[in-house]
Design a protein around this ligand. Structure first.
Ligand SMILES: C[S@@+](CC[C@H](N)C(=O)[O-])C[C@H]1O[C@@H](n2cnc3c(N)ncnc32)[C@H](O)[C@@H]1O
Length: 361
């Protein structure tokens, strides 16, 4: 029996309602969720009962009691999965990607030289991830001396990539990013920049169609308005199109100054460029607060922004070249890294041509 069929049968036996949708292997994206037939906007397509949700309240006492009280929910859920296989979810567990499946996409698994060539926001996310994992693993290894690091790492990444936001009186004592729950079957939706609505109440989690779908169409949820640097570091993939994508145009001390393909930089980027144009702080404040909203400086700021972006574009070109010269790691990892820099080049090139089309004041 196919892996997805087994999982679907388990879902049915456990009162998970899949309404007009099914699990399917999708090339390049692992498994995903597909419409079986036409679905209407607003229609409920998945319901997962609360008794299958795994969060702080379901971590068994024999696991939590061997760990310090300050463990994150992420770390506890990963320990539950690694040590106990999350009781009652064995069919779900058998359908998860293996640790080897994370090797290409996740910078965490890459050679250090490749990691060092990531764009700054991705490098920072990776550093936080490494620190969190090492902190969690040190504590878990003390509580469970027989547990292997690679098994815990796998579980830690499963929780990292598949959990849902879950606010309850218990989880609300934790930081928002750590209010996590595993919701089996719902965790098979892939991401797009807009997707189906996910809600939860005391009965469980519900996913509803955000638009009309036809049979055979993949159905997504949105993991949030994330940039591609975030999706790469935290989820191990790079979408080709992402309306939330931005590049960090300052890799230096003053950042982050962000730029996307639609606007000529976020407000902070615009204000910083104008500060460079204005002779003094006083003039700068006036330009921001004055009645003409700084129109007077528009020509100069755009010219300066264009020259800064040309420098940045040259830096991006150099990064693509540096990645091309590397011999370490897998070819697929190097290609993913080069792809990210090429995406950034596209955003910067679009911003430069946008600036070139603006009238000279
Ligand atoms: C919540 S799981 C979704 C189910 C997953 N595809 C599977 O096979 O189990 C999240 C993972 O799916 C993959 N993924 C999600 N959205 C994707 C997309 N738009 N393109 C490529 N991979 C995607 C990434 O590997 C991500 O870490």
């Amino acid at each position: 029996m196919e892996r997805q069929d087994k999982l679907s049968r388990w879902a049915k036996e456990n009162a998970i309602l899949l309404k007009g949708v099914r699990l399917k292997d999708i090339p390049g994206r692992g498994a995903g969720m597909m419409a079986r037939r036409r679905l209407k906007r607003g229609q409920e397509i998945l319901r997962v009962p609360t008794q299958l949700v795994r969060s702080l309240h379901t971590v068994p006492e024999h696991i939590s009691s061997r760990l310090p009280p300050d463990m994150s929910i992420h770390a506890l859920l990963a320990a539950d999965l690694a040590v106990d296989g999350m009781a009652g979810l064995s069919s779900w567990k058998d359908s998860l990607p293996m640790l080897g499946d994370f090797t290409t996409g996740f910078p965490f698994m890459w050679h250090r030289q490749l990691q060092e060539l990531l764009p700054k926001p991705a490098r920072e996310l990776l550093k936080n991830q490494q620190d969190s994992f090492h902190r969690d693993w040190n504590k878990v290894a003390k509580g469970f001396p027989d547990l292997r690091r690679d098994i815990y790492l796998h579980s830690w990444f499963v929780v990292n990539t598949r959990s849902f936001y879950y606010a309850t009186p218990q989880t609300e004592k934790y930081p928002p990013v750590d209010r996590l729950a595993i919701v089996p079957i719902a965790d098979f939706f892939n991401h797009a920049d807009t997707g189906c609505e996910v809600t939860f109440d005391e009965d469980g989690f519900v996913v509803s169609a955000d638009r009309e779908y036809h049979g055979g169409q993949e159905i997504y949820i949105s993991y949030c308005a994330h940039t591609n640097d975030f999706l790469l570091a935290e989820y191990g993939f790079l979408p080709a199109a992402n309306r939330w994508d931005k590049v960090c145009v300052d890799e230096g001390l003053l950042g982050p100054f962000m730029l996307d393909s639609e606007t000529l930089g976020c407000k902070k980027t615009q204000a910083a460029v104008r500060l460079l144009c204005c002779g003094s702080r006083g003039q700068w404040k006036e330009s921001l607060e004055g009645e003409d909203c700084g129109e007077h400086w528009r020509g100069e700021t755009n010219t300066l922004l264009r020259s800064l972006l040309a420098d940045y574009s040259a830096m991006v070109g150099k990064a693509v070249q540096n990645v091309g010269e590397l011999q370490v790691g897998q070819a697929a990892q190097r290609e993913l890294l080069a792809q990210r820099w090429r995406q950034m080049d596209t955003i910067v090139t679009q911003a430069i041509s946008h600036l070139q089309r603006l009238p000279i004041l």
